[in-house]
Design a protein around this ligand. Structure first.
Ligand code: ATP
Length: 773
């Protein structure tokens, strides 16, 4: 149809040649050739629009050449029908339209002026195709293969009508005798062809334009793509670098995290351990505080007791003073004031020591720690109202005592605390000082002490004699006994120590009596020391001879101090008991026999331990009864308590010095110690090193318990005693002055008393005739 716009017959595919037409040169024939050269006749996607156009026009040319007479017979390209050509053109245009739309050049069909020519042309082609395929078209079209067929395709204006057009005759005839209708048709065809050609031209230009734009777009897109690709690659590289760096950082941070976690775990563990430790410490402190509170409560109770005792004592003293004053006034008014006042003045001295004693209380428990005591086992708060804390089998226990001496306390310091009690004997008070504790804890050291550093006994005697002066107002007597396996032996008796009988005194006289006990008059300090040495040597000799150990027996020294009574006055009789108690070891320990040849010794030790324990238990029982103010006090349960009855009776003062040390000797050690121990004063002996076994601490705890119990005992206010009018010395009895052998003779100074001693009276050591039965 494009080949010759002025010839509609060519468009309809009439079998004429296109001679003189410039288009068929590159028409369908060429297209056919290229279609053959390319299998399938498919158009390449990159084929430019100009080529397509050429191909299209070539198609029309081919069609025309095919229509020529005999053209197909000589190997010419196959005929293309008009319909096929139109179909292909429509296809092509619709593809083009699709391409335009895909570039976003879709037309706005609502405005008729904006409808693109390509769409109009395509629409007209489709209308033509529809007409060709319609029954009318099919009827007409075979005739239309001839130029004279008179086929009239539909025009945009709707003319000419197919029905009205006359039948098309062959071309030869039509050229000769063309009816006016046919001419009309031809003109219509020409107009249509021109219209189509114009539109195709316009289409071609648009296509070219679009191709150009497409090319530019492609280049732009490719450049953009390349740039974007480059940018993306750059970003990818950056991202990879960043990822790598982050990975490294992550690794480092993971390592740091691990370290931190480990540190955290360690910190947690440390904190837990610290918390546990602190908790334990706090528990210990709490337990200590509780114990302290309990002891404070107890101390409070004691203090109350002391206050009431003090009040009673004050009232007693006041009434006594009132009585004395009224008696003195009465005596004065009676006219015999001179002599009686003198006698009254010689009544019981109520000086400083006595009053101090009353204030301090009549049962006092002091504690002395031996040097070398491990502080992890026994710790203390020294001083008045001090405490001793033991740590035994993981349990801490605190004991409050009246006074606690530290390990470095001197003998002088210890005695200073006891001096007032000792001197109160001069005022008629009865004072008893015990040393109590395990073997090897320093009982003998504290009581006797070495010569260069004397203990309580020598200092007490010295102090008493210094206080008495040389006035000769006091009459001093001395007795010394030992209790071994419940046997009482007189250590000052002439000859080997004899067993003595202890009896209750006659009814009404009270107290106890020791038959045959020797009492020595002591004129001065030197004589006293000689007598004491005699007693110690007797004890040591006995221990050696009988395989005994001094610490397996209790030793009692009794000093009686009577004021020389004026003829009309009663005077006073004070007593000082110095008691070195046996070691407080338990029986199982003492009885733990070693080898077979030592079995006899073991049995002996066991018996000793039992009797010692029995006597100490009895002492504890007496203390408990006194504390509970029971009407019956079991003084008769042991020889020890019987002998101590006057010292623990009403109005007496008792001071218990508890010795605490690292532990005693084992029985085996004790035995060896006993065998090796030479006779002589205790201070001349050297005790072996004591053991520091923690299990020995059990003994210390028991001793402390005992001491604490004793500390709670109340004996009532201390009272001075009047000397009996009979003139006999008072020793172990309070109510009954006579309880032993009165000594009138005094051993000469410088020579210790002995059976052969002639000190002016041979009867001095003889058993008294008035010995109580
Ligand atoms: N405070 C102290 N300072 C220095 N040494 C002491 C002290 N206390 C005790 N000792 C020493 O400890 C050792 C044992 O003391 P001591 O013999 O007095 O004990 P003990 O309890 O009387 O024993 P035993 O019951 O066997 O007689 C002695 O060598 C003594 O010198």
């Amino acid at each position: 149809a494009a080949a010759d716009p002025g010839n509609p017959a060519q468009v309809s595919g009439g079998g004429r040649s296109s001679s003189g037409d410039p288009l068929p040169e590159n028409g369908f024939a060429g297209r056919r050739c290229s279609a053959r050269g390319k299998p399938g006749g498919r158009r390449r996607p990159d084929q430019p629009t100009a080529e397509l156009w050429t191909e299209l026009t070539g198609l029309v040319g081919c069609s025309e050449s095919e229509d020529g007479p005999g053209g197909a017979a000589e190997g010419r390209p196959a005929e293309v029908s008009l319909e096929e050509a139109l179909v292909r053109l429509a296809e092509f245009l619709s593809v083009q339209l699709g391409a335009e739309e895909s570039f976003g050049n879709s037309a706005d069909l609502s405005k008729p002026g904006d409808v693109p020519p390509l769409l109009t042309v395509t629409g007209q082609l489709l209308a033509l195709l529809a007409w060709i395929r319609s029954p009318r078209g099919r009827q007409v079209l075979p005739q239309a293969t001839q130029p004279a067929s008179g086929v009239q395709p539909p025009t945009p204006a709707g003319s000419p009508s197919q029905e009205e057009s006359p039948p098309v005759s062959p071309r030869g005839e039509a050229q000769g005798q063309q009816p006016p209708q046919l001419e009309e048709d031809q003109r219509a065809w020409q107009r249509l062809g021109q219209l189509i050609l114009g539109q195709l031209e316009e289409l071609k230009q648009q296509l070219e334009l679009q191709e150009k734009e497409l090319g530019q777009l492609r280049v732009g897109v490719e450049q953009e793509e390349a740039e974007a690709l480059l940018e993306l690659r750059g970003r990818l590289q950056e991202a990879q670098d960043t990822t790598e760096a982050l990975r490294v950082q992550l690794g480092v941070q993971e390592v740091q995290l691990q370290g931190l976690r480990g540190a955290l775990r360690q910190l947690q563990q440390e904190a837990e351990q610290k918390c546990r430790r602190e908790l334990q410490q706090m528990r210990g402190q709490l337990a200590g505080l509780r114990a302290r509170m309990a002891s404070l409560r107890q101390g409070c109770g004691d203090l109350r007791g002391l206050v009431s005792t003090f009040t009673q004592s004050c009232q007693g003293s006041l009434s006594e003073a009132r009585g004395q004053v009224s008696w003195a006034l009465g005596a004065l008014s009676a006219g015999g004031a001179g002599t009686q006042l003198l006698e009254a003045q010689q009544g019981p001295p109520t000086g400083c020591p006595g009053r101090l004693l009353e204030l301090k209380g009549n049962i006092r428990v002091l504690c002395r720690l031996r040097p070398g005591t491990p502080s992890n086992l026994v710790s203390l708060e020294p001083g008045p109202g001090g405490t001793v804390t033991t740590c035994y089998r993981g349990h801490q226990r605190r004991f409050r005592l009246d006074w606690v001496f530290p390990p470095h306390a001197s003998q002088e310091e210890v005695f200073r605390e006891l001096e007032s009690a000792v001197l109160s004997c001069l005022g008629g008070y009865s004072v008893c000082i015990f040393t109590y504790g395990q073997t090897g804890t320093g009982k003998t050291y504290s009581m006797e002490g070495p010569p260069e550093d004397p203990g309580i006994a020598p200092r007490a005697l010295q102090s008493l004699f210094r206080e008495m002066g040389t006035g000769g107002q006091h009459h001093v007597t001395l007795s010394m006994v030992e209790i071994y396996n419940e046997a009482v032996r007189d250590l000052l008796a002439p000859g080997p120590p004899q067993r003595l009988a202890v009896r209750q005194g006659p009814a009404g006289e009270g107290g106890i009596q020791v038959a045959g006990l020797t009492h020595w008059d002591v004129p001065n300090l030197e004589s006293l020391h000689q007598m004491l040495n005699l007693g110690r040597s007797n004890r040591a000799t006995a221990a050696t001879a009988m395989n005994q150990h001094s610490s397996r027996s209790h030793a009692l020294v009794t000093l009686t101090l009577r004021t020389a009574s004026p003829s009309s006055g009663p005077g006073t009789a004070g007593t000082l008991h110095l008691v070195d108690l046996a070691g407080s070891e338990r029986a199982w320990k003492a009885g733990a026999a070693g080898t077979s040849h030592e079995d006899r010794d073991g049995a002996q030790r066991l018996r000793e331990a039992r009797t010692i324990n029995r006597s100490l238990l009895a002492l504890g029982g007496v203390m408990a009864a006194l504390r509970a103010r029971r009407p019956h006090v079991p003084f008769r349960d042991s020889q020890l308590t019987r002998l101590l009855q006057p010292a623990l009776g009403p109005g007496a003062t008792a001071v218990l010095l508890l010795q605490v040390g690292p532990g005693g000797r084992s029985p085996r050690e004790g035995r060896l110690h006993a065998r090796r121990r030479p006779p002589g004063p205790a201070h001349q002996r050297r005790s072996p090193q004591v053991s520091t076994r923690p299990e020995d601490l059990g003994e210390t705890v028991c001793s402390l318990k005992f001491a604490e119990r004793v500390g709670r005992v109340e004996l009532g206010p201390a009272r001075p005693r009047r000397a009996p009018r009979s003139g006999t010395p008072s020793s172990l009895s309070t109510d009954t002055p006579l309880s032993g052998t009165p000594c009138t003779a005094t051993p000469s100074p410088g020579s210790p008393p002995s059976p052969g001693l002639d000190s002016g009276s041979s009867s001095a050591l003889a058993p008294p005739e008035d010995l109580p039965s």
